[in-house]
Design a protein. Structure first.
Length: 129
């Protein structure tokens, strides 16, 4: 009997492929966030879905939840080293969008704008090569 292994891309997408998951990860590259920060930066994201995605990302070791000992209690989310390892994927998706997606090619023909956006992302994502 032949044992068929799962494709590594399929496995990775189980971690980060659900709707809104990647946007949450993207937001965390800009620093620690509270629950409402995600809702503000993603207006179509519901609190219920956000709770589910944060739980899944935590269970998969992509993010860490930090609870303060203050009153009222403050909960912050941040990327783990495993989550920060997604930096090149986030960057390459942005490069792909800016080079090949109609929204960027039609509306933003300005190469200086594209270069500025990508340079900012390189800094935020710690990509130095």
């Amino acid at each position: 009997m032949v044992h068929i292994q799962k494709c590594p891309i399929e496995t990775a997408l189980e971690y980060i492929g659900k709707k809104w998951t990647f946007e949450i990860v993207r937001d965390l590259f800009f620093g620690k966030k509270h629950f409402n920060d995600f809702l503000k930066s993603n207006p179509d994201l519901s609190g219920k879905v956000l709770s589910e995605r944060l739980k899944e990302l935590g269970e998969n070791g992509i993010i860490e939840k930090k609870v303060s000992n203050t009153f009222p209690v403050s909960i912050e989310y941040e990327l783990t080293p495993k989550g920060r390892a997604l930096n090149r994927i986030v960057y390459e998706l942005a490069v792909f969008a800016m080079n090949f997606c109609k929204e960027f090619n039609d509306d933003r023909k300005d190469n200086a704008f594209s270069a500025q956006v990508l340079e900012t992302l390189r800094k935020v994502l710690n990509i130095y090569d």
